[in-house]
Design a protein around this ligand. Structure first.
Ligand code: ADP
Ligand code: MG
Length: 329
């Protein structure tokens, strides 16, 4: 389970409520991650029904995008790599299409086809010897979002190289958060936060008229929230590498892989991205690990409606241009 969930604390205070609605919360594990759903409703019975619908939606998405479930459409696309195109649900086709667009935007730092190298690394904190260069380069040769063949008429996907794979580890939770938010909005829920292990999508305001707040913790000093941010109708996503890591000859590497080298990235320990959608924020937060602090902040500064906070491995905090933090506060 990701530790990114620890980076954010949601400040949920329903005190001084001025409306009849009350805040309800439910936590559960889905997609191998801790989810926290917060929503406003009139009573517990109504809230419970909404939670059940949200959970069913997450289960549905997991069945579509899971790489573990051998019968998922995603696994079928991977099994048929180098053999034939696979007809998939439009929803999956569109998700892969958008993932390709984000891969282009990040110049391949985020790449949904990174997954052909993921068997080489086990991020369980053990100290290992460096894998053989030829094993890594053979896997890197199979990475490449621009190799995916899309057939919009057939709604099919084809991975042209045997052993090529798509994986949604860096975007799936964000996508699920967006979907649950829009499902609950369609059910008339006026406000809430979907928190998928640090991938958050928020809407509306608390019953007391105040915005939802998320607090940012520096992984180097976990006892203290160093900044609170009001979130209104946007997504805030944090990726952190402090739990899933590997030591190679004593040197620490995190679980995000540089698709160009096949090696885990280094130097950044946490990235938080603010964006209109959690799906985009999730993918960008992963890309920032690969880009590193300087390129990453510069990249974010060129995007509209997107901001970022990056923490390097010395604990230093770096922010994009519209974020101001007073760390002494
Ligand atoms: P977290 O697990 O902290 O939420 P991310 O959202 O950044 O972190 O997702 C990390 C996961 O993304 C990895 O466990 C892996 O499955 C996948 N991944 C690793 N490197 C890349 C990459 N360069 N591009 C796309 N996906 C990646
Ligand atoms: Mg991500």
């Amino acid at each position: 389970m990701s530790r990114a969930c620890l980076v954010f604390l949601i400040f949920i205070s329903a005190l001084n409520s001025t409306s009849a609605q009350v805040v309800f919360q439910r936590s559960f594990i889905k997609m191998g991650s801790a989810f926290d759903l917060t929503l406003v409703a009139n009573n517990q019975v109504e809230a419970d029904q909404l939670f059940e619908q949200a959970i069913a939606e997450i289960d549905r998405i997991e069945r579509l995008i899971s790489s573990w479930d051998q019968s998922s459409e995603t696994s079928q696309v991977n099994q048929m790599a180098g053999k034939e195109a696979v007809k998939v649900a439009k929803e999956l086709y569109d998700l892969v299409f958008r993932a390709k667009a984000i891969a282009q935007l990040t110049n391949g730092a985020f790449d949904p086809t990174y997954a052909s190298v993921d068997k080489i690394w086990t991020f369980d904190g053990r100290d290992v010897e460096q894998p053989k260069a030829e094993i890594i380069s053979a896997s890197v040769a199979k990475i490449g979002f621009d190799k995916i063949v899309f057939d919009p008429l057939e709604s099919s996907l084809y991975l042209p190289l045997q052993g090529m794979k798509v994986g949604f580890g860096a975007i799936g939770k964000g996508y699920a958060a967006d979907r649950v938010k829009s499902l609950l909005q369609k059910q008339g829920v006026a406000a809430g936060i979907v928190n998928a292990s640090g991938d958050m999508s928020a809407w509306g305001i608390k019953p007391n008229g105040e915005p939802w707040q998320v607090g940012l913790i520096n992984p180097k000093n976990k006892d203290k929230v160093f900044a609170w941010f009001p979130v209104k109708n946007k997504a805030v996503v944090t990726s952190g590498d402090y739990e899933k890591f590997i030591l190679i000859n004593g040197k620490r590497y995190g679980h995000i892989i540089n698709p160009k080298t096949g090696f885990p990235s280094q130097g950044v320990i946490s990235c938080t991205v603010f964006a209109p959608k959690a799906e985009l924020a999730d993918a960008l937060s992963t890309a920032l690990f690969v880009m590193g602090v300087e390129t990453g902040i510069d990249f974010i500064n060129q995007l509209n409606q997107v901001e970022a906070i990056m923490i390097d491995d010395t604990g230093k905090v770096h922010t994009s241009k519209n974020i101001k933090i007073d760390e002494t506060a």
